[in-house]
Ligand binder design. Sequence first.
Ligand SMILES: Nc1ncnc2c1ncn2[C@@H]1O[C@H](COP(=O)(O)OP(=O)(O)OP(=O)(O)O)[C@@H](O)[C@H]1O
Ligand SMILES: [Mg+2]
Length: 292
Amino acid sequence: MRHQFRDVADLTAALDGVGYLADEELGTALYLALVLQQPILLEGEPGVGKTEAAKSLAAVLDTPLIRLQCYEGLSASEALYEWNYPRQLLGIRLAESRGERLSDADLFTEDYLLDRPLLAALRHPGPRPAVLLVDEVDRADDEFEAFLMELLAEHAVTIPELGTRKAEVPPVAVLTSNRTRDLHEALKRRCLYHWIQHPGPERVAQIVRRRVPQAADDLCRHVAEGVDRLRELSLRKPPGVAEAISWAAALHALGETELDADAARRTISTVVKYDEDRAAVLEAGLDSVVPR
Ligand SMILES: Nc1ncnc2c1ncn2[C@@H]1O[C@H](COP(=O)(O)OP(=O)(O)OP(=O)(O)O)[C@@H](O)[C@H]1O
Ligand SMILES: [Mg+2]
């Protein structure tokens, strides 16, 4: 059985149980990814919960999260497998000490194969599928994207020395992108898609309470409202959910139980990360940022 959820509400409640708050749209998208066995592409501003969505999905499925962090120049072979050279050398030495010689066929076997994330996800034995998180896929290059697309469509890869390996329990694939470039139409077409919106202040307050449970209730609400006002200032980097969490954690660490202009002044660098943005906030006045 791929998953145990009756419906979208059931999955959303389970995610809530591990501290991840998904609205109905995101809950539906994730549910469909499970039911239709299709990869899902999550896009959205930084810090809006894309990576965490995949982690939380693995947590509620009680299955391993296998993460491939993408970067420029990432090659298919790096993402798939490597040969265990030290072990092969040891094998050769041992054989030599017995007066034997090992051939390629002896050395390029399963015993010497080290799974990298993509192969590990395909070979996960189940019973439930692993969650394969292909994080920040927009950072990888075109060729890698094409390779990934094929792998996700076939759930199989060919290792020249060993032949084709096909998944018995295909992974739940979650791709994330910050949209530093547009992904191929063909990849998008194969994936379910969801744009995670920056949540409104009430939802941000709920998320902050989950992530900084020690913080005072009022503080969480004030921080969420403060972030909402900061976002109206058209900053170079408007603060998101992640910044709201950092801000609340910092304020709580300083013993604050609510947000006033003085506390905001002392902690503004935990929420606004560019000097020009900081100047813009100070110019607008901290009184306009904190709840009255
Ligand atoms: N809906 C949510 N429920 C609970 N926590 C959330 C939610 N959204 C974001 N968070 C928290 O916000 C922080 C940032 O989330 P995450 O790292 O998943 O963002 P991201 O979209 O992957 O960002 P980036 O694009 O920078 O990688 C994490 O601590 C995460 O737990
Ligand atoms: Mg991320």
